[in-house]
Ligand binder design. Structure first.
Ligand code: ZN
Length: 284
């Protein structure tokens, strides 16, 4: 499969020919950086782990060259960091038994520049071959420009597909901003209590980020635990891990649905819930 950049790569952990490896995909996650998939899309990884009938395909859009670095990695150049991060993403693909790991290798600027069509066109090619039933990506209220750039490209790519080629579900997941603020009725809840060891292993391979100065492994496991405990205030914990997502499926049904208006509905329902409670309690 040919992508726009010659340095793009598809890694297949079990060595199957690339097209065959991609064609078995049922769950796909598209993230901006190396480690985003493991933070946001563990639901898909878990659903496919040790299965012959379900396969997870990971897609990382950028080359990760701009990441902060410390400790062992403090003197690494951007080029050396790219090599390390690519290697770490492949380690995660082996640990998580992915069908394939795609590395599109774009600089962040190619994703944040809305006029750059190449990342979207690569995603169209991939989606046509992999035909995932479910796609996980960043949520539209994330606070990292590159993440929001990626979800916009994913929506655009899926809208280019024919109705039969489109995935059945698209979920926007938590990385740089959690989704606890959404009203409960809006939350898509993925219960991820199982295989904490696998979760820890998948997050732990990204040593250049963690040892490099950001404790994403502890923070991510902590968020999953906090989501589970704070989800329902009047019942006992039924899960030890939860990931929240925003359902983006209505946005892929057609080009006519406004992305901005759709996200505003979520923030407005949140605002109504907050002010509604205050009014109720102040008046009584
Ligand atoms: Zn990221």
């Amino acid at each position: 499969m040919e992508f726009s950049l010659e340095t793009a790569e598809i890694f297949v952990p079990d060595g199957l020919p690339v097209e065959e490896a991609l064609a078995r995909t049922t769950h796909m996650a598209v993230g901006a950086h190396q480690d985003d998939l493991e933070i946001m899309a563990f639901d898909g990884i878990l659903k496919c782990f040790q299965r012959d009938d379900k396969w997870f395909c990971g897609v990382v859009v950028t080359n990760g060259s701009g990441s902060p670095r410390g400790d062992l990695y403090k003197d690494y150049t951007d080029e050396e960091m790219q090599v390390v991060r690519r290697k770490e993403q492949k380690k995660a693909a082996v640990v998580g038994e992915y069908a394939a790991q795609v590395l599109l290798d774009y600089p962040s600027s190619a994703v944040t520049d809305g006029s750059s069509k190449a990342p979207m066109e690569d995603l169209v090619k991939l989606l046509k071959v992999a035909k995932p039933e479910v796609v996980y990506t960043h949520n539209l209220a994330d606070k990292h420009d590159t993440h929001v750039g990626v979800v916009l490209r994913v929506i655009e790519a899926i809208r280019r597909l024919s109705a039969e080629e489109r995935p059945q579900r698209l979920y926007g997941c938590e990385v740089w901003r959690d989704l606890d603020w959404m009203v409960d009725a809006d939350k898509v809840v993925f219960e991820v209590s199982a295989h904490e060891n696998l979760q820890a292993a998948l997050l732990g391979v990204f040593d250049s980020q963690i040892c490099g100065g950001k404790q994403y492994d502890l923070a991510t496991m902590g968020r999953r635990r906090a989501n589970a405990t704070y989800y329902a205030s009047h019942s006992t914990d039924v899960a030890t891990g939860m990931i929240f997502a925003m359902d983006l499926t209505p946005l892929i049904a057609g080009p006519d649905v406004s992305i901005r208006a759709y996200v505003r509905e979520f923030t407005e329902r949140f605002a109504q819930e907050v002010t509604g409670r205050l009014m109720r309690l102040q008046e009584s």
